[in-house]
Design a protein around this ligand. Structure first.
Ligand SMILES: Nc1nc2c(c(=O)[nH]1)N[C@H]1C(S)=C(S)[C@@H](COP(=O)(O)O)O[C@H]1N2
Ligand SMILES: [Mo]
Length: 412
């Protein structure tokens, strides 16, 4: 351990007992347990066919739901990251990004065509797909437009979910794409696959064959149940770690081809104008990134004492190796413990106790992945990419804590 880290820990981690007492835990009094509460005096409510969250949690919803003018489904909704813990996003709070709304697809009618440079063009019904060997993988899905508000010259006045909530993490279960491609007999000279969705946007992307044969999944289940309509029911392509756009939902067609197709969705969109006037195309992996979800913008610390800093980190290139946390705007850093499970291309939770002395502070987190890539400071990121771009922002997020405890988005 180096000297700055030792100092950080000495300053941050105080005596547990006094810290917690200051944080709102009282000594037991007369009306506290073991007094018998009303819930113990009558039988509780009955069973339900499909469960919902506690009514007291009704404010925990998807957030910043926005659609293009004159439409209801051409837009996005975001995961309320600041209200969640752990790493799995409840399916009902998974972010949504649709280019032309959520189609109503009857699985009995749905077909998936595999054609192009193959020996045997094949058509699969959903029941047929369900008979193939499946894998289950925990992975994040991130829209490459996530955090685009941070390209703005002034810090956005919104919550962590509203800036960073175009990322969610689920257990995805389905058929490895390789299995179906091998069955169709892919021509050895084929290098790409066109994937097309059955929505009104006909979302279409060119997928490199190497990814298709590596870890691509035709996902049928999400967190144990069949996909939600908004996440691609009855079947979606899922490309671990790559920009969300390529994980084509409501998948209807895979055409094996020799070169990228240059669809509207990979030329006019998902191409990023850089500061030097050139554009980046085919920027597939989502780079290493993290955000502190608690405390974060819009919260107020109840007072000095022991607090827990909690956040998420992820990398489309591999596994999170380290998350450094600073409470002094980046002057000193300490490695935050990563909470198991730490999985490749999955959200990884970090938590660090912080003894707040009540003075103004600036919190930051900085993730490193197992390729050695380090999340850049925002200034450096914007200097390198310019601010015409809207995709692939992965700069460091800073939250200021005022002496009164108010937490706000800052550029620092
Ligand atoms: N068919 C189809 N697939 C699609 C889209 C779409 O509009 N239509 N949106 C894409 C984009 S931009 C993203 S970020 C992810 C979002 O997936 P989600 O809505 O399950 O979070 O789906 C991708 N797949
Ligand atoms: Mo996206």
């Amino acid at each position: 351990m180096n000297e700055s880290k030792r100092r950080f820990l000495r300053r941050s981690v105080g005596v547990l007992a006094s810290g917690l007492a200051a944080g709102g835990v009282r000594s037991a009094g007369a009306v506290e347990p073991p007094e018998i509460p009303p819930s113990m005096k009558i039988p509780g409510a009955g069973m339900g066919e499909y469960g919902s969250p506690a009514k007291y949690e009704s404010k925990v919803t998807r957030t910043l739901i926005r659609s293009q003018p004159g439409t209801t489904g051409s837009g996005a909704s975001r995961t309320p990251l600041e209200s969640l813990e752990g790493t799995i996003t409840p399916s009902g709070l998974h972010f949504e990004r649709h280019h032309s709304g959520v189609p109503d697809i009857d699985p009995a009618q749905h077909r998936l065509l595999v054609h192009g440079m193959v020996k045997r063009p094949l058509v699969f019904g959903v029941d047929a797909l369900l008979r193939y060997p499946m894998v289950s993988r925990i992975h994040f899905l991130e829209c490459s437009g996530n955090s685009q508000l941070l390209y703005q010259p002034t810090p956005p006045n919104v919550t962590a979910g509203q800036t960073h909530g175009l990322v969610s993490c689920s257990e995805w279960t389905g058929v490895p794409l390789r299995v179906l491609l091998e069955e169709a007999g892919v021509d050895r000279s084929a290098r790409w696959i066109l994937a097309e969705g059955a929505d009104a946007a006909a979302m279409s992307r060119s997928i490199p064959m190497a990814k298709a044969m590596d870890d691509a999944i035709l996902a049928l289940f999400q967190n144990g149940e069949r996909l939600r309509p908004e996440n691609g029911y009855p079947v979606r392509l899922f490309l671990p770690g790559w920009e969300g756009n390529m994980s084509v939902k409501w998948l209807r067609r895979l055409k094996v081809v020799s070169a990228p197709v240059m669809t509207k969705d990979e030329t006019s969109r998902y191409t990023d104008l850089q500061g030097d006037g050139k554009s980046l195309m085919f920027t597939y992996p989502m780079e290493v990134k993290s955000v502190i979800t608690r405390p974060s913008h819009g919260m107020t610390l109840p007072g000095p004492g022991l607090h827990q800093i909690s956040g998420i980190a992820w990398s489309g290139n591999g596994t999170i190796k380290k998350v450094d946390v600073s409470t002094d705007g980046g002057r000193t850093w300490a490695a935050a413990p990563l909470v198991a499970p730490v999985l490749p291309r999955a959200l990884t939770r970090f938590r660090l106790p912080w003894r707040w002395d009540g003075a103004a502070a600036v919190l930051k987190s900085r993730a490193t992945d197992d390729t050695g890539a380090v999340q850049p400071e925002r200034d450096r990121f914007v200097a390198e990419h310019g601010n015409n771009a809207i995709f692939h922002f992965n700069g460091i997020q800073a939250w200021s804590v005022a002496a009164g405890g108010e937490v706000k988005h800052v550029y620092a």
